[in-house]
Design a protein. Sequence first.
Lengths: 329, 271
Amino acid sequence: MKGFRDWYWLVLAALLVAISLVAVATGAVAVPLGNILDALRGRGDPTAIAIVRDLRFPRVVLGALVGAGLGASGAALQGALRNPLAEPYLLGVSGGAAVGAVIAFALGATSDAVITLASFVGGIAAVFVALAVARVGGRSTRADMRTLLIAGVIVGAFANAAIMVALANASPNNIRGALWWMMGSAVDATWTRAGWLALSLLLAGGALVYFAREIDVLSLGEDAAASLGVDVERAGRRAFLLSALIAAATVAAAGLIGFVGLVVPHIARAMGLRAHRPLILASALVAATLVVAADLAARTVDAPTELPLGAITALLGVPFFLIQLRRIT
Amino acid sequence: MIAVTDLVVSYPRARGNAVDGVTFAAERGRLTALAGPNGSGKSSIVKALLRRADTPRGTATINGTDVRTLSHVELARSLAVVPQREDAAFPAQVREYVALGRYPHLGLWRSPSREDEIAVDEALHHAGVEDLALRDTDALSGGEWQRVRIARALAQKALALVLDEPTTFLDVAHEMAIFELLYSLSRAGLAVLLVSHQLNLVARFADSMVLLDHGKVAIRGTPAEVMRADRLESIYDWPVVVSRDPAVGAPSLVPLRRPMQLPHPKQSDQT
């Protein structure tokens, strides 16, 4: 296995900056790369200033934050659950968040803030339900990690059924809104939205990085981790909750964007990273780059039609995932 | 020193206690073996030492301190355990893997000091896996993997070491090598508690044996005291003879045959 070298960080960061600049420059109205900085400072063509400041830049930032969140959350979860196929949405977060949002839609909510909040609350609620299910279904009062994973999948399935029921009586307009949201999109990016996501990412992601070494030990298995001085139940629950919190925040900000959290940690591992502190950070960087690129594709490939971002990441993620599966098995 | 006193381990929704009033000690400088049939409570005792089982009665102590009063990290500094099963979810380089044994000393943020590096080097050396340091854990043979896991436990620099069936799946040479390693670790001053089904090897290496049956201590003592055909026969519910091995002089158990009568399978109708 080749080792990860320090200068890789520079390359990863440079890639993110480069793709972000291209994304800000590209669109119906092209803004030359050289003018972006001026536009950000409020100089030059007023149209360019408006496009860069209010439309493209927040969208790129939101995309990068969503990607970073999904990458970090996926890397931490795969380690803590000791499962290379774990991903943020498996925990029932996505289903719960979708239920929250769809209920808000079905009740006729149109306010962006209400829908965002509803989906965040739904996602977090689903995680707690999954934790409770795992406790009931587990062999003891301790929620073991495998049961937790299964519980997450079950809660997600239940949530999907609930969505179908809720949508059965919804108006076509609401159905379209809910569908669009379930396919994921950064089109509604605002600075407020990006700000909230950045804040939750900073707190929960920071905590994940802080506890990363615990995840290294957890990934050895429960008995081995216990013998090395980790409180397995508490550490596992903590990694689970922090990852879920980040996932719920990204879902609330941009809907469901699949496969990023599943695939990207494998890319980071393929670069030679094993310890979870650098692994989480690198996954965040790579995933941010990929989501910004996918979002660029979503709005340019079939312009002026917007393709759903979640569909693009899934289209890219599935083949990659299959290659990975071959290598794992 | 590892000591359990009148220890009871019970699992929720299980009938009876997995461990039911067990008392024994594994002293420093000695190799103590814990044996007994499947389900006799051996692994439950290991779990109780790690505080991963409910112990409604009795105590498990390390150097006189109840494990329940220690923090998880304090416990890991005084007791190193090589669990029965362990399948790493993701492969790692052997040296990095062994270095995880320093976690109880490093905590979440401290970066490894010279002392930590030396502890890892010594652990690799003592377990005889220095040559594997740069390999990946998923590229190891069964015997190498067991030695690497022991190296990780040694890197903890605890004075008490517990191993739960460390020689399962190993061939004769690798199994002997592990027993020799554990013996010399005990002679180097560690308290080594070995859970094993290999009664004959245990009888040759261990200073004392504890034989469990249905969660209770059936016999305890030196190998010569424990390796008695009448007792072993009733504990394992199988006819055995115990003789003195002419080559090495240790008590040696030979299970006898108890042939089974199965009905002849009926020929299927073929036309």
